[in-house]
Design a binder for this molecule. Structure first.
Ligand SMILES: O=P(O)(O)OC[C@H]1O[C@H](O[C@H]2O[C@H](CO)[C@@H](O)[C@H](O)[C@H]2O)[C@H](O)[C@@H](O)[C@@H]1O
Ligand SMILES: O=c1ccn([C@@H]2O[C@H](COP(=O)(O)OP(=O)(O)O)[C@@H](O)[C@H]2O)c(=O)[nH]1
Length: 472
């Protein structure tokens, strides 16, 4: 087995405290701890100098963490700027929230080049390099320019938008050209693959070949959907033993018999939290019988607060929760409990298990691991109901969920009533279908399938530079 080098923007070094709230880190941590290797990326800290020039390494179990501090300017341009004010909104179909500037674009390529410069000397001929997510699309090309010839794979954790949306990005052609430096590209769902294929065809830069591989800018690349999973059985075990978790006990006691509805999301406009609160408000207005009998817990750690749109949203959602509570609360009942803190995974597992309904209603989401965790955590003889947006990648797999359109506020309100009233036999039937799917397609399956494909691929490295120079 070759040595694995994983590269992601954020590297979650285990510190014994709260785990990170974010699916990429959660998905990869378990897999890396099991297989071992090197995990390279941003430390989460800001460098004192203008340009970071060194890699700090830390050994934890079988994993070597190789960490780079980024300068304030790099963070502003590359992370908060181009990654999170251009690529993130655009790839989540939010053209209205994009902000393209040459300065942030320059920062994006600058940090990718810096990562390549620092990583290239660490890569050996037999290694496989697995690069993750939208922050680092050009990295393979930069590594190739720096002489790296081994197999390099890429996985996009967020949606790949249709070509009419992607072409809003002024440098879309260069970005996609950079993808040709990879040997294998993984997306979350068949829809993402379809969007990518349509883009290549329309822009006349590639196509799907008869053997299933793609040709992109003249180079053969394997492209496939590998939906990311969770550690299903381990998570189910944690949930089953959550009775003695004090946070879960406190929550259970405080419910005094009311049904729990739960939502767990980073504070991000893609997650549809405001629309969900409006749907809950509509549910309380329409379903008068339910008033006083349900509690909706929304766990929402703050995220990317340095980005203006996120700061604005913090205010909007907090005000909305206050308004709904003001309108419907009673002396002894608060309909929405809105919590802006990160809850640890053990407690989360127990909270999912306590809940009758899981609300996962993003406006657009690459996958959404919370949906899978909710299913894994349920009681096998009395499971709750998952209400899932058709726009979450997870909806392509979880056909036992009640599928909703989050833009349809009253429709989602009706689905909440239906979920609360669903008879046991229907709940069991729906839950079993979903559990079987996520037990088989868990995070180990995801990792194995991607890496098997990468290790079997003939490396593109030898012929990389000439065509790809333009991309940097
Ligand atoms: O690192 P941050 O900027 O704080 O953001 C956290 C992560 O958010 C995104 O997660 C995505 O990956 C999940 C796992 O595949 C997927 O379920 C979810 O739908 C995606 O949104 C982001 O893509 C990561 O890079 C961030 O680390
Ligand atoms: O308070 C929290 C909120 C979220 N999470 C975890 O963060 C991940 C979120 O991943 P998801 O794919 O749902 O969305 P993302 O945040 O990556 O867009 C899930 O594993 C959650 O259990 C957590 O541990 N504590």
């Amino acid at each position: 087995m070759s040595r694995l080098i994983v590269v992601s923007n954020r590297v979650p070094v285990p510190k014994g405290g709260q785990p990170p709230a974010g699916g990429l880190a959660v998905a990869l941590s378990g897999a890396m701890e099991e297989r071992g290797g090197v995990w390279f990326g941003w430390s989460g800290d800001t460098a004192r100098h203008d340009e970071a020039s060194e890699v700090r390494t830390l050994e934890r179990g079988k994993v070597t963490y190789a960490l780079v501090d980024l300068s304030q300017r790099d963070l502003e341009d590359y992370y908060a700027g181009f990654s999170n004010r251009m690529l993130w909104p655009l790839f989540h179909y939010r053209m209205d929230l994009t902000d393209f500037t040459r300065v942030t674009l320059g920062g994006y390529y600058r940090v990718n080049r810096l990562f390549a410069k620092l990583l290239a000397p660490m890569v050996e001929a037999d290694d496989v390099v697995w690069i993750h997510d939208y922050h680092l699309i050009p990295l393979a090309n930069e590594l190739r320019q720096a002489g790296v010839r081994c197999r390099i794979g890429f996985f996009l954790h967020i949606p790949f938008p249709p070509p009419d949306i992607l072409t809003v990005l002024p440098n879309h052609a260069d970005l996609v050209r950079g993808l040709a430096a990879y040997d294998v590209i993984g997306f979350q769902t068949p829809l993402d693959v379809e969007n990518f294929e349509t883009y290549l065809r329309r822009e006349k830069v590639g196509r799907r070949m008869s053997d299933g591989r793609f040709v992109i800018h003249g180079r053969a690349v394997r492209v496939e959907a590998w939906p990311v999973g969770i550690e299903t059985k381990a998570f189910a075990d944690i949930a089953a033993k959550s009775d003695d978790n004090t946070l879960v006990q406190r929550m259970d006691e405080s419910l005094v018999g009311k049904s729990l509805i739960i939502g767990v999301d980073r504070l991000d406009y893609s997650k549809g939290i405001a629309e969900r609160m409006l749907a809950f408000q509509s549910f309380l207005t329409l379903d008068t019988e339910a008033r006083g009998k349900v509690t909706y817990l929304q766990v929402t750690p703050k995220s990317r607060s340095e980005v203006a749109e996120y700061a604005a949203m913090e205010k909007e959602v907090a005000e909305l929760a206050g308004r709904v509570n003001g309108q419907h609360a009673d002396l002894d009942w608060t309909p929405i409990r809105y919590v802006n803190r990160t809850v640890g995974r053990n407690a989360l597992a127990g909270l999912y298990r306590l809940a009758r309904v899981g609300l996962v209603t993003p406006l657009r989401d690459g996958m959404n691991l919370v949906a899978k965790e909710f299913v894994a955590a349920q009681k096998p003889d009395d499971p709750g109901v998952l209400l899932l947006s058709r726009f979450a990648g997870a909806a392509a797999e979880l056909d036992g969920a009640l599928i909703t359109n989050p833009y349809d506020i009253d429709g989602t309100a009706g689905a909440i009533s239906r979920a609360l009233e669903m008879p046991l036999d229907e709940r069991l039937d729906r839950w079993r279908r979903m559990y079987e799917r996520i037990a088989e397609h868990d995070v180990a399956w995801w990792c194995r399938s991607f890496l098997d494909a990468l290790e079997a691929a003939p490396s593109n490295g030898a012929s990389a530079e000439p065509q790809l120079k333009a991309a940097s």
